[in-house]
Design a protein around this ligand. Structure first.
Ligand code: PRX
Length: 653
């Protein structure tokens, strides 16, 4: 082990650094320019995409509470689908744009060239037009990880419709809420979705959701598996059939840089998920630039991001970033453990993946299965590894580095959020040596600040601890909450005036490296998926036998955080194992499997202040087994409830 590695610092190899797009010197110079003179910096880097009408204004942004307004390249005109498809046709029409690896390894993979992608996107765009979808209309996409998801996204972009993808693991209720919130004109789904050898009935989920939506909403169905589904004539439409008969030519619609490209719902500290709105121009510039530089993507590389397109990671790093860069991007329908725990590595070997990007929870789960699953495969194509979604613990980092990267692949730990559109803190692999567990330094144009959570004062010393805020806008930033600009300002700009508040705590070390310590609000991070505790609570209290519920996160060895629910039952209801199971099933139906409580503790009472506010701090400590640090409980209306909760806390498995 080198001296540096012993000190916990891992620079990329000399060979990697030599070929990298950005080295340490260049990073320093570019970073300084990006924050000192953002206008000039982004005027230049905005040119990485094609503009139908070039912008003359670059940045017009204010974080002032009450007046928050974010515009980038505002007078520019472009089309996102043109940038991700058409502009590559002349030079790389026959190059593979998307490698589709199906759930079942026995089924053949598909290599979809840029030409084929173009044809499919154009046909799908014409199908949408034929269904009456117009510029600015919303289209909900509830699809598995299949090429049609990419076609649908890009088809929307082509005609100026706004897509909103709902993760295929969400329940009919969650789907209905999202369709209604954004007022979607139609929803695109599939018959069934194979995943890990099992099938999810997406069409019947959609049928159930549409019972709660306007009867004007149409349903486009991709017949993916051919499984039998119900069919409502006049409402349901066979997409593949229509695509076959549609014209392969649909001119891209010129869009303003600030026209919304998509809405993506994400959980916050209140019950209702919010529709994060991303722009066309700024978002694409940022997704493309971060994709190229963070992953040090080079011409001809095969890039694999294992996320689902239902999350922002899939938007930016399966579809928009890679395709804007003319890359080959891999779309995987399955799960890491099917048919066995070697699947990720089998796919890396099969498609000669060069950059591999996944979440710590997957690494921990696979680490638990033993390194022999990795050793079976030839991973010599790998040049770089990435991590996203939650802090990566040093044990998982070391395993990833040693067994997957063979000590020879830089690991980029990328911190960002649905709201940020692309990476915010991340090593650029040729420039910034990694430290396991740290997302290291800001990307270009990002001005992180550490504030004292109480005084809101900026911590100017290099070594600092507090909440992470961002002092100025960057092009990939979300623009608003769909239909609720007030909520946008309240959520992100009210607590620390003049700053964008990430909701995360962090430390900055003596080298200026950032270490994310986790959310400081009521959001928990379960297997890299963000979940609002209030959302799970409202699902629980919607059950007839539940009087009250409080949900917190607790450390979980694989998921990062698990969901711990304290439940007070109605007066005449007896707790039982069956009821526990019933409640877990209930939450799965209300929200989806990702929201299933891991532990439910029956709580005769919850710790409340005299004014009736639940003291979550205490509940978190009990869930974390940290009774020594309960703090002051004297303000509680009934301090004895705490003793009961401690005495009956659940064993963690
Ligand atoms: O708490 C941070 C955590 O995930 C949150 C954002 O979640 P979401 O919007 O679902 O986006 C996830 C993928 C971009 C953040 O507020 N998070 C994300 N990446 C990291 C992280 N925490 C630590 N290290 C990371 N690399």
């Amino acid at each position: 082990m080198s001296d540096l590695a012993q000190a916990g610092v891992y620079p990329a190899s000399a060979e990697f650094t030599q070929k990298a797009h950005v080295d340490a010197e260049k990073y320093e110079a570019m970073y300084a320019e990006s924050v000192d003179n953002p206008e000039a910096f982004w005027a230049e880097h905005g040119k990485r995409i094609d503009w139908i009408k070039p912008y003359t204004k670059v940045k017009n942004t204010t974080f002032e509470f009450g007046k928050v307004d974010i515009k980038w390249f505002e007078d520019g005109v472009l089309n996102v689908a043109h940038n991700c498809v058409d502009r590559h046709l002349a030079t790389r029409g026959d190059q593979t744009a998307i490698i589709f690896e199906p759930d079942d390894p026995q089924d053949p993979a598909q290599h979809i060239s840029y030409k084929q992608l173009s044809e499919n996107v154009n046909r799908m765009a014409n199908v949408l037009l034929s269904q009456g979808v117009m510029r600015g209309d919303r289209v909900v996409i509830y699809l598995p990880m299949i090429p049609e998801a990419a076609y649908a996204m890009l088809a929307c972009a082509r005609i100026g419709a706004i897509h909103s993808i709902v993760f295929a693991g969400f329940s009919p209720d969650a789907l209905a809420n999202r369709i209604n919130d954004c007022g979607a004109k139609l929803v695109i789904t599939a018959d069934t979705a194979p995943r890990g050898g099992r099938r999810t009935a997406l069409k019947s989920n959609t049928d159930a959701a549409l019972l709660h939506c306007s009867d004007k909403v149409r349903c486009l169905v991709v017949k993916h598996t051919g499984d039998q589904t119900s069919w409502i004539d006049g409402r349901d439409v066979d997409v593949k059939y229509l695509m076959k008969h549609a014209s392969p030519d649909c001119p891209p619609r010129p869009m303003n840089a600030e026209d919304p490209l998509f809405i993506l719902y994400t959980s916050g500290s209140t019950g209702k998920p919010k529709g994060v709105v991303h722009s066309s121009g700024g978002y694409l510039v940022y997704a493309a630039m971060t994709h190229e530089l963070t992953f040090d993507y080079h011409e001809g590389d095969v890039f694999w991001c294992t996320a689902d397109v239902g999350w922002v990671t899939g938007h930016s790093y399966i579809i928009y970033g890679p395709l804007a860069n003319g890359a080959t991007t891999l779309m995987f329908e399955g799960v890491p453990t099917y048919p066995d725990a070697g699947r990720f590595w089998a796919v890396c070997e099969k498609h000669k993946v060069n950059q591999f990007y996944t979440a710590p929870t997957a690494i921990r789960a696979l680490m638990g299965q033993g390194s022999e699953w990795v050793e079976k495969y030839d991973l010599s194509s790998l040049k770089l590894l990435g991590s996203v979604g939650e802090p990566i613990n040093p044990e998982a980092w070391n395993w990833y580095n040693t067994h997957v990267g063979k000590g020879n692949c830089p690991i980029v730990d990328t911190f960002w959020q649905t709201e940020t559109g692309g990476h915010m803190l991340t090593p650029l692999p040729g420039a910034i040596p990694a430290k396991p567990g740290s997302a290291t330094k800001p990307f270009f144009g990002v001005k992180p600040v550490v504030l004292d959570p109480t005084s809101a004062e900026e911590q100017k010393d290099t070594k600092a601890e507090g909440v992470l805020c961002i002092a100025d806008s960057w092009p990939g930033q979300m623009r608003t909450v769909w239909g609720d600009h007030e909520r946008f300002q309240e959520t992100y700009f009210s607590q620390y005036k003049g700053y964008y508040f990430t909701g995360d705590g962090c430390q900055r070390d003596e080298d200026g490296y950032y270490w994310i310590t986790g959310r400081v609000d009521d959001v928990i991070n379960v297997s890299g998926h963000r979940m609002g505790t209030a959302e799970v609570e409202s699902a629980l209290v919607a059950h007839a036998k539940v009087a009250e519920a409080a949900v917190v996160g607790y450390p979980h060895p694989v998921k990062g955080q698990g969901i711990y629910a304290y439940v007070t039952l109605m007066n005449d209801i007896e707790p039982s194992e069956d009821l526990r199971k019933e409640l877990v099933k209930w939450v799965r139906t209300e929200i989806g499997p990702i929201a299933s409580p891991d532990l439910i503790q029956w709580a005769p009472g919850l710790p409340k202040t005299r004014s009736g506010k639940i003291m979550r701090r205490i509940l978190r400590k009990i869930a974390e087994d940290d009774f020594g640090a309960l703090g002051d409980t004297s303000t509680l209306a009934d301090p004895s409830v705490v003793d009961d909760l401690i005495a009956n806390r659940m064993n963690k498995s």
